[in-house]
Design a protein around this ligand. Structure first.
Ligand code: NDP
Length: 403
């Protein structure tokens, strides 16, 4: 049915590429292109092992996605129907520019962040709305798990279960363990920027900022048990605050182990998480980028990660004049992900929805010229695909609530 160009060759891209090949009725061909071509080739070899009967044709290429010219040349050579951006948030805008220049649809999983400011907001990408409308192409923003499935869950709850949703708590629990005292589950630089930034939540029409990790709750996660979780700022709150009818409050919580927090605090205290460049032996380096270089590559931890993740949304609102509570969540098992595609669950829970969003835009089900967040599309085909491609969802009408 179509051809997709995947940019990036990290943990998430590896899973998405596998899943495209599993969905070979939709993906006739994919090209995996990244800065380091050998990583793209390694993914292609792994796909041959995991899905030997797939009929999707896989090719690879080298590209610097900070360079619009190189991207345009690659797109013109390969002629994809869609570009799936699984590089880093810094590359969002150059890849969107290249899609505009070549008239190709765009999908990503994380909103743009300038390299020198640890602040992620949709304003830069929303500014492309008119250009994408005029070009007649679709940009689907945030098609991972959070953002991504959390937005789809919200649209599904709004469509099928509520007249209005008043309160939303997004809970992200990774109860997996890789046996190391400190390692991040996805790109360390992006992960540490996210968790060391100020927290925030949306309440009564505005965002309220909190000190990093200053709000803690304990939640008894289905299939996992009680875990400490902390309030963070998270990008999907910005669009959900606009797109959910009647919303009064949105909070986002993520679990962290005490060991992770102790290490992170020590690293913050000694300045290793700073994004301010420093001079070291005559060379300018960014401490956080140096830290990333000494931490393990998240993709390399897949084989040793055990346990489960549980990510979901608790909604409180009204249906037919009555109060209603509803919890939608997915539980994913690290070891099962490794067996299926050679990745851990954090990459898996992002890569599967990235493939699904890409397939829905590519096949036309979700095509609409402009720039859209995921909750702006009909959630039903996405919810069906989650069940089909490895992220089955569960629901509860009497969930434990977060105080
Ligand atoms: P990784 O660091 O494992 O992979 C990033 C890949 O992008 C690497 O292959 C890297 O190349 C490549 N890359 C970086 N810069 C460039 C460039 N200038 N040109 C070409 N390629 C480049 O990250 P993950 O796979 O863990 O994460 C990928 C994306 O997914 C990130 O944006 C992350 O924020 C997002 N994410 C979203 C989640 C969600 O639920 N929505 C959850 C987790 C992640 P090289 O190998 O050469 O460094």
């Amino acid at each position: 049915m179509g051809k997709a160009l995947i940019i990036g060759a990290g943990g998430v891209a590896g899973v998405a590429a596998h899943k495209c090949c599993q969905n070979d009725k939709v993906f006739d061909a994919i090209c995996i292109a990244s800065r380091t071509k050998s990583k793209c080739d390694a993914i292609r070899e792994a796909i041959k092992v995991h899905f030997p009967n797939s009929r999707t044709e896989v090719t690879t290429a080298q590209v610097d996605a900070d360079d619009v010219k190189q991207l345009v040349t690659l797109i013109n050579d390969y002629k994809p129907d869609i570009v799936l951006n699984l590089a880093l948030p810094y590359q969002d805008l150059p890849i969107m520019d290249a899609c505009l220049e070549t008239g190709v649809h765009y999908v990503d999983t994380a909103n743009y962040e300038p390299k020198d400011v640890a602040k992620f907001e949709y304003k830069w990408q929303w500014a492309y709305r008119e250009k994408f409308e005029k070009a007649g192409i679709t940009a689907l923003l945030g098609s991972g798990f959070d953002p991504g499935v959390t937005g789809v869950f919200s649209a599904y709850a709004q469509k099928h279960h509520f007249d209005e949703i008043n309160y939303l708590d997004i809970l992200d629990c990774n109860a997996g363990s890789n046996g190391l005292p400190f390692a991040t589950n996805f790109n360390p630089e992006i992960n540490i920027r996210e968790v060391s930034a100020k927290g925030s939540y949306f309440e009564n029409g505005k965002f309220i900022e909190t000190e990093p990790m200053s709000i803690k709750r304990v939640y008894n996660f289905p299939e996992i048990g009680p875990r400490d979780m902390y309030l963070l700022h998270h990008e999907e709150m910005e669009s959900l605050a606009l797109n959910l009818k009647g919303i009064k409050r949105i909070r986002f919580f993520m679990t962290f182990s005490q060991s992770y927090l102790d290490h992170l605090n020590a690293l913050i205290d000694v300045g290793m998480t700073s994004i301010e460049p420093i001079n070291f032996e005559g060379k300018e380096i960014v401490p956080l980028q140096f830290l990333k270089a000494v931490l393990p590559d998240p993709a390399s931890l897949a084989a040793r990660t055990k346990g489960k993740t549980n990510i979901g949304c608790i909604f409180r609102g009204k249906k037919n004049g009555k109060d209603k509570n509803y919890y939608l969540y997915n539980v994913c098992n690290h070891e099962e992900c490794y067996q299926e595609v050679g990745a851990q669950a954090v990459s898996y829970t992002t890569g599967v929805p990235a493939m699904i969003g890409t397939s829905l835009v590519m096949t036309g089900a979700w095509q609409r010229p402009g720039v859209y967040n995921i909750e702006e599309f009909d959630p039903d085909p996405f919810m069906d695909a989650l069940n089909k491609f490895g992220l089955p969802w569960q629901e509860s009408f009497d969930p434990e609530l977060v105080d």
